[in-house]
Design a protein around this ligand. Structure first.
Ligand SMILES: Nc1ncnc2c1ncn2[C@@H]1O[C@H](COP(=O)(O)OP(=O)(O)OP(=O)(O)O)[C@@H](O)[C@H]1O
Length: 252
């Protein structure tokens, strides 16, 4: 029986009176990576925001590292080990790369040296201002800064969005290495299911705020038709076809 890090049971949550998530349940063990999938507007960001305490919860339970999250304010969730990299990449533009990192360091497992090893590109840019970085470098900095807060679970919201293909490949390599360490669990929202499923242990698929799949990633890779039914055609790859078809061909 794996040591469950996160247990979400019957979660109902949304923005104000508008309910977005309806009866969402899943678990994640320590060190596991989970792909959070679904078409646009299905509630993925709302789920991450709910884990961080930024939405209105109408029902259900959330336990993190054995603690009830429901009454815990956002900053305490961060202290408890929940790290969040929002889509907006909110880095400090007028601090250097290194200052962006040291400003938030808590003396945890992620030292500057460990971060430089993981992100050599950031090491090269360590003296540059955050605002001078490219979009991809800013995304790396946002992830690196979240690591400096020593998370046990890192929530990443579409980190590849809008980035050039070469940077996307580099970020996928970084995410693969992060999830291989075994001491960090990750929930990753990603439109490119075929790229992220092979890097994750678990997958959660949301459809109109409901979890239509919660299980291992391998099962989805092996069942491209089911995946296509939920995600639709999300753009052709080098050889065209649907995301799921590319997963099936091993082009992930
Ligand atoms: N701050 C907000 N206030 C009110 N409604 C919101 C807010 N944020 C999102 N919503 C609504 O909640 C629903 C789910 O949005 P959410 O951003 O969680 O979806 P998503 O799956 O992350 O989509 P995307 O991939 O487009 O980011 C949508 O109908 C959206 O319009």
């Amino acid at each position: 029986m794996p040591d469950m890090l996160l247990e979400v049971e019957g979660l109902i949550a949304g923005h104000g009176d508008a309910v977005v998530l309806e009866d969402v349940s899943f678990t994640l063990a320590r060190g596991q990576a989970m792909a959070l999938l679904g078409r646009n507007g299905m509630g993925k960001t709302t789920l991450l925001a709910t884990l961080m305490g930024l939405t209105r919860v109408h029902g259900g339970a959330m336990r993190f590292a054995g603690r009830d999250l429901s009454a815990m304010p956002t900053h305490r969730r961060a202290l408890a080990g929940l790290g969040w990299v929002p889509q907006e990449r909110e880095i400090f533009p007028s601090l250097t790369v290194e200052e962006n990192l040291t400003a938030v360091a808590v003396g945890g497992r992620w030292t500057l040296d460990r971060v430089w090893t993981m992100f050599p590109r950031l090491k090269e840019r360590r003296a540059n201002m955050g605002g001078q970085l490219s979009g991809g470098e800013q995304q790396m900095l946002a992830i690196a800064r979240a690591l400096m807060l020593d998370p046990v679970l890192l929530l990443l919201d579409e980190p590849m969005e809008g980035l050039a293909p070469l940077i996307v490949q580099e970020l996928f390599r970084i995410i693969r290495r992060m999830t291989e360490t075994g001491d960090l669990a990750v929930i990753l929202v990603e439109q490119h299911a075929h790229q992220i499923l092979p890097l994750t242990d678990r997958a959660l698929v949301l459809e109109r705020g409901r979890a239509v799949y919660s299980g291992d990633s391998r099962t989805l890779i092996d069942d491209p038709q089911r995946l296509d039914g939920w995600l639709g055609v999300t753009g052709g790859g080098p050889r065209g076809g649907t995301t799921a078809a590319r997963v099936a061909r091993g082009e992930a």
